[in-house]
Design a protein around this ligand. Structure first.
Ligand code: FCB
Length: 467
């Protein structure tokens, strides 16, 4: 495929510590909330555990060699808080050393390390002090961030505070399908605000230490009204947009929470969680916005037909309830193909989203698509290869959508495929495979899938045509 992308466009692949590392109790690491959550039967599909995952902790140099083989410019990974500051006490030198070796290995391979501080794996010891519902956790996050920066700040240039704080707030504390598995709407809003605060505190500190590339990664959607002429559908879409997008974008890029969101959640007394000065702390200037996109959402205020498949009722849609439970919100399926997650495939939605962000948030820093990908029921062929044609098509159409957004004026500087490797897909365990590299979970053998080869060709091709 031939693409028109700006020169210097950054190509990468992403992972997260809890999903790949394994070694859950090695070299001083203690439980994260995910290790703990996974131990309760029924929380994870097939009761899968996070350990050994894909054993990246022990196979890191070989995994970096695979990144090099693909021709990646950058690798987006996260640091496990529970590995580097396990019991909410002093730093763990052995844990820090793992990331130090990873960063050296990447730099030695000519790959830019793109570090995320928080990809959902809070130390269980911090959870036991109230987790993100406790305002003090923002200060603890700052302490953790400075410890990581003390060790890696000399070699890592790109720092992301949070990955998808939507999930850790709403899925962790409201719908309960992610760790810590709570269903407490007000705690979810407290988490939302305290994570923002933690982000602001860390950005301020890392900026003062001279870091030049600081950002956050958000999962954002187009909340599309099912019937744009129906006032109730329009209002349902507005609510979802407020809760899922603007609750994150506005405090960070405008220094305020949207008025309509405050009205929607007034019964939960959200405003009393916001202290004087918080919004100024949160709205630190950033150097990039990471955008994660898998699908967008068709929103309605009307019940679905009784024979609708499970997964479409309001309570089945992650994060939709309970904030919007008083207003009936449904997500009617469109005539779109689905991935193995049951997620609609809508590549043009990515173009719409990126263009909208640039248009609506004046002064927005450059954007990077920090996650995009698809799960499929991969099959290993007799020749040993994985001919994942659907994943190839998904990848190519979404990269094209990014190019279209750039052509329409959006400032997008890079694209990271999710994921480098098959891995532990949170509540879905190992059942859903997103990797462009297959992992045989019995032998830990890695095989580059057709999608990995297609991605490598795309990267190579775009370099040779770049002006
Ligand atoms: C995102 C997460 C990532 C992965 C993908 C499929 O929400 O950030 O860890 O699970 O979804």
């Amino acid at each position: 495929m031939s693409l028109s992308l700006p020169s210097g466009f950054l190509w990468g692949a992403a992972t997260a510590a809890a999903q790949i590392e394994g070694a859950a109790h090695e070299d001083g690491k203690l439980d994260s909330i995910w290790d703990h959550f996974a131990r309760t039967p029924g929380n994870i599909a097939n009761n899968d555990a996070l350990d050994p995952a894909v054993d990246h902790y022990h196979r890191m140099p070989a995994d970096v060699a695979l990144m090099r083989e693909l021709g990646l410019d950058s690798y987006r990974f996260s640091v496990s808080w529970a590995r580097v500051k396990p019991a909410d006490g002093p730093a763990n030198p052995l844990g820090l050393d793992f990331y130090s070796r990873l960063v050296d290995e990447l730099l030695g391979a000519g790959i830019l390390p793109w570090l995320t501080l928080y990809h959902w794996d809070l130390p269980q010891a911090v959870q036991e002090k109230g987790g993100w519902a406790n305002r003090d956790t923002a200060q603890r996050f700052l302490d953790y961030a400075t410890v990581v920066h003390d060790t890696l700040g000399d070699r890592v240039s790109h720092w992301t505070t949070f990955n998808e704080p939507f999930c850790s707030a709403y899925l962790g504390y409201a719908s309960g399908e992610h760790a810590p598995g709570l269903t407490e709407p007000r705690s979810a809003l407290a988490t939302l605000h305290h994570q923002h605060l933690a982000h602001g505190l860390a950005v301020k500190e890392l900026r003062a230490r001279g870091t030049q590339q600081l950002g956050i990664t958000l999962n954002l959607t187009n909340a599309v009204p099912d019937d744009p002429d129906d006032a109730a559908d329009l209002d349902a879409a507005r609510r979802i947009d407020a809760l899922w997008n603007r609750a994150f974008l506005d405090p960070i890029f405008r220094g305020c929470y949207p008025d309509d969101l405050l009205a929607d959640v007034a019964a939960l007394d959200f405003v009393s969680l916001i202290h004087d000065g918080d919004l100024a702390t949160i709205a630190q200037p950033l150097d990039f916005l990471g955008v994660n996109y898998y699908h967008d959402d068709n929103v309605s205020a009307h019940p679905l037909p009784a024979d609708s498949p499970a997964g479409l009722r309001p309570t089945d849609k992650p994060g939709a309830s309970p904030f919007v439970a008083s207003e009936f919100v449904t997500f009617p399926p469109r005539a779109l193909p689905l991935t193995a997650m049951g997620w609609e495939i809508n590549a043009p939605g990515l173009t719409t989203l990126l263009v909208r962000l640039g248009d609506e948030y004046r002064g927005l820093p450059p954007m990077y698509v920090t996650e995009n990908g698809s799960a499929w029921d991969d099959v290993v062929s007799l020749d040993g290869a994985v001919h994942d044609t659907e994943r190839v098509a998904y990848l190519e159409s979404h990269v094209q959508a990014v190019a279209d957004a750039i052509a329409a004026g959006a400032d997008v500087r890079g694209y990271f495929a999710w994921s480098l490797l098959d891995n532990f897909e949170w509540a879905w365990g190992y059942e859903k495979r997103f990797g462009i590299i297959r992992v045989d979970y019995e032998t830990q053998q890695r095989t580059i899938k057709d999608s990995g080869h297609a991605f490598a060709r795309l990267i190579h091709g775009s370099r040779s045509v770049a002006p």
